[in-house]
Design a protein around this ligand. Structure first.
Ligand code: BGC
Ligand code: BGC
Length: 829
């Protein structure tokens, strides 16, 4: 039933000390089903396996059905009879009171087909009044076959107030909280990583884990919707084998689609969505993502990043909707509404996470953690600046009802009291508890980032230390992403509460927030995957939504002589390394954490989109094929995949995906890579009309090449639907995208943001040409201004840049009149 890869074994031995320390917890949780198998003597025939599910649920008073399945290695019918002795053992349920103890022998005669199931039926006795779940093990032994799994029968909890869906959430939370032990409460605050529990999922029961996540690229062995749902369900069954049967909430980074799932619909990364300026589209797109995610059993995404990117050398630039808080606010809120829908318990909804709180996009170059240059660094700003630039998207996300917030790995060092005293966001009580929870009234829960508290000083080799845990909890973190150190975290937090370093009130507050989310998600009623929309994953309808988002995200920076749109009868010469590479156009957080070049998943490359739109297409990646006869050259260049840290300009280079073979990826740069520049130069010199598409997570400086390019398009990281690019190239749709970040003139001076005093980008924030069609007045004015000011070789002059950018900000802030006025006054007379 569960698909857990063999590579992800969690060495049980490492857990022993922690388990001893958690003895109090073990008493309160149910007997680990695994232990019953250990008693089974060495099997006579390993070619035949009799298996039983690890957990069997039964309602109080009903008969439990323990199903045994017999399988042969070669899938042939049994050559000899197989008999299995079974007997009920001692658990938390009481024999003769709660169930009929028993034993017997079950036989599979010779000739039984492999895969045949037979059931052991064990009656339970109905009890009066409410009860928590009780369990008893069933041990299996056979001389004829190997026995895999010794099931635990769980008689479900019943007739308790918190189980009653008619009661309001706060009453259910209070009732449940009142029944919980300290160890159970801390279990709810603990999140482990899939790979570290897959090998020995009984730990989910033993610790009463509140959550499991899949990190980037952490997939079940069978990477299909079915495989994911089975894997999530198998963890859920373990969570429900606890006394109180509190379901776990599984989380994943669906940051531009369910990126870890093979065949999912992958959207443009946020920076591309930022270019659409279309909140309705973003909401609809994330609703689609929520549907695909929840159909695999996952009700929680660590998205959207509502970061405001201020230095595009940051490797997470593409996770930002843009450099101005108004843009991140409008689209961040839209994303939250799309993910969560009206009802969190819908099978099209997932809980959203606003991240990374706060100012992750505003750290100073050179302050990054370890070898990173920007990522996880220090925000060195005044309180006033952070309030104006970095906090607004959280106000918007909170208003949209976002259910969880993730603190940033970065620190804040207020300039108000002088630099030199940075505080890690995971330790920032002022902002997490003071601003977020108290001032803003956030009633969701705070989930730490990946081992985020391990970075709280003083650093230690045995993180998370008690001090780090205490600091994090008291700062306001409610659930802790402790991918591998979850047991240590659990043990130490329980002890810290017993020692009085953390109050029970703080624990109760944290747990109440987590439980409330679980009730709202409907997990108590429907803990297992609702697969009814699984057939929509990667469907034509979903891909059509993504394709539209791609088309609307394309920003036409320059269009000399109306080079675009192209006619479908044009003879098109396509070149460049990003023309026919799904991995490159999807970027990081696709397939794996850092993403990789090549066929990461199913989709349409930009070249395939062009081929479908035009009859006469030649493709030569390095432009080595002869160019003669071509009417137009389309050169698709840009970046290759990266994610956090490793995407920082000047940062370290990733080399650890299987496809990398240990060879570091190319150095990150704000300029076009030399190979890309050479292809642009060749094609633009040889073909009359030349169109350049930049597929990248951030602007790439190409000021030198600008004069030779007829049409220039910022394509961002479109994801799986490359046909959306062709849609605007060939006029199926018109270009409407506008720059979400300022496009710098020089790689030496790459930090350019709307509002700067000497604002002088090559193309400003809000810049974007259009191709035909009727437009509203304001767009008409912008189009006129853009046409009047653009110099084909030197870009946009500073005064016009300022007008375009500030009018766009005014629009985002719903000051349309002001926007109009700015544009009209800037128009040359
Ligand atoms: C990232 C988060 C992400 C988490 C889980 C961290 O490294 O900073 O954005 O949600 O990992 O993958
Ligand atoms: C995981 C990511 C995580 C990162 C943090 C990676 O191994 O796959 O999900 O964000 O580690 O360092």
């Amino acid at each position: 039933m569960s698909a857990t890869p063999g590579t992800a074994q969690h060495p049980r031995a490492r857990r022993v000390p922690a388990l001893l320390a958690a003895a109090a917890l073990v008493l309160t949780s149910l007997l680990a089903p695994v232990s019953t198998t250990r008693a089974t003597p060495a099997p006579a025939d390993t070619e035949i396996v009799v298996s039983a599910g690890p957990v069997v649920f039964v309602d109080d008073g009903d008969t439990a059905n323990v199903t045994l399945t017999v399988r042969t290695a070669d899938d042939a019918a049994l050559a000899r009879p197989v008999s299995v002795d079974w007997s009920t053992g001692v658990g938390t349920a009481t024999a003769s009171v709660d169930y009929e103890a028993g034993s017997g022998t079950l036989g599979f005669p010779a000739g039984t087909p492999s895969g045949t199931e037979r059931s052991i039926r064990i009656p339970t006795r109905e009890s009066d009044g409410g009860e928590t779940a009780e369990t008893f093990p069933v041990s299996l032994e056979s001389r004829d076959a190997e026995v895999s799994g010794g099931p635990a029968v769980v008689v479900r909890a019943h007739d308790l107030a918190y189980l009653d869906p008619r009661l309001p959430t706060d009453e259910r939370v209070a009732d449940l909280l009142g029944r919980m032990t300290l160890a159970e409460k801390v279990g709810q605050m603990t999140q482990a990583e899939r790979a570290n529990v897959a090998g020995d999922p009984a730990v989910v029961t033993e610790l009463g884990l509140g959550s499991v996540l899949s990190g980037g690229g952490s997939t079940p062995a069978e990477n299909t919707p079915e495989g994911w749902a089975d894997a999530v369900d198998s963890f859920q069954a373990r969570a429900l084998a606890t006394r109180l049967q509190i379901p776990l909430v599984y989380g994943v980074d669906s940051v531009h689609g369910h990126g870890n799932l093979d065949g999912a619909t992958i959207l443009p990364h946020n920076i591309g969505l930022g270019a659409t300026r279309d909140p309705l589209l973003v909401a609809r797109a994330e609703r689609m993502v929520a549907t695909e995610t929840r159909a695999t059993g996952i009700p929680w995404t660590f998205a959207p990043c509502v970061c405001v990117v201020r230095d595009d050398r940051w490797g997470r630039t593409y996770e930002s909707f843009g450099e101005h808080p108004a843009l991140a606010s409008v689209l961040g809120a839209a994303a939250v509404l799309g993910f969560q829908g009206k009802h969190l318990d819908s099978n099209r909804s997932v809980l959203a996470t606003a991240k990374h709180f706060v100012a992750d996009g505003d750290t100073s170059y050179g302050t990054g953690e370890g070898e990173y240059t920007v990522d996880q660094g220090i925000t060195e700003q005044s309180r006033e600046h952070v309030e104006a630039v970095d906090l607004p998207p959280y106000v918007a996300a909170l208003r949209a009802g976002v259910g969880s917030v993730m603190p940033s790995f970065s620190s804040i060092d207020w300039t108000d009291d002088g630099l030199g005293n940075p505080v890690k966001m995971h330790a920032n009580e002022e902002l997490l508890t003071g601003w977020l929870k108290e001032d803003q009234g956030f009633d969701g829960f705070v989930i730490s980032d990946w081992q985020g508290i391990h970075q709280i000083p003083p650093l230690a080799s045995d993180s998370p230390t008690t001090q780090q845990i205490v600091t994090g909890v008291n700062a306001g973190v409610d659930m802790f992403m402790e991918p591998s150190q979850f047991e240590r975290f659990h043990t130490r937090l329980v002890a810290a509460v017993q020692d009085g370093e953390v109050t029970e009130e703080r624990i109760d507050d944290a747990v109440s927030r987590i439980l409330a989310a679980k009730f709202e998600l409907g997990l108590f009623e429907e803990p297992f995957a609702d697969r009814s929309h699984a057939d929509e994953i990667g469907s034509a309808e979903h891909r059509a939504i993504a394709r539209k988002a791609v088309a609307k995200s394309q920003v036409l920076l320059k269009n000399d002589g109306d080079a675009l749109p192209l006619g479908s009868d044009a003879s098109v010469y396509v070149a460049g390394r990003n023309a026919d590479d799904l991995g490159n156009q999807a970027g990081g957080w696709t397939g794996t954490w850092q993403g990789y070049s090549g066929d990461v998943t199913e989709g349409t490359t930009i070249l395939e989109g062009i081929q479908a739109a035009a009859d006469d297409v030649t493709f030569s990646e390095d432009a080595s094929a002869p160019t003669d006869g071509a009417d137009v050259g389309v050169v698709v260049v840009g970046e290759t995949p990266y994610a956090e840290g490793f995407g920082d300009v000047g940062g370290p280079e990733w080399a650890w995906d299987p496809a990398d073979g240990g060879v570091p990826r190319e150095e990150k740069s704000m300029s076009l890579q030399p190979g890309d520049a050479a292809v642009v130069e060749k094609v633009c010199a040889e073909i009359e009309t030349c169109v350049v598409l930049v597929v990248s997570g951030r602007p790439q400086v190409l000021t030198e090449q600008l004069g030779s390019i007829d049409a220039l398009v910022a394509s961002w990281l479109p994801g799986t639907e490359g046909a959306g690019v062709a849609d605007v190239l060939f006029g199926e749709r018109r270009f409407t995208g506008r720059l979400p970040v300022s496009w710098p003139r020089s790689a030496d001076d790459p930090v350019v943001n709307v509002g700067d005093e000497d604002y002088d980008p090559l193309f400003p924030f809000g810049w974007g040409l259009t191709t035909g069609g009727r437009m509203p007045h304001l767009d008409e004015h912008r189009a006129q201004l853009q046409e009047a000011v653009l110099d084909p070789a030197t870009g946009v002059p500073p005064a016009a840049s300022k007008a375009i950018a500030t009018s766009d900000v005014a629009l985002l802030e719903e000051r349309d009149g002001v926007a109009h006025h700015i544009l009209r006054s800037a128009l040359p007379r």
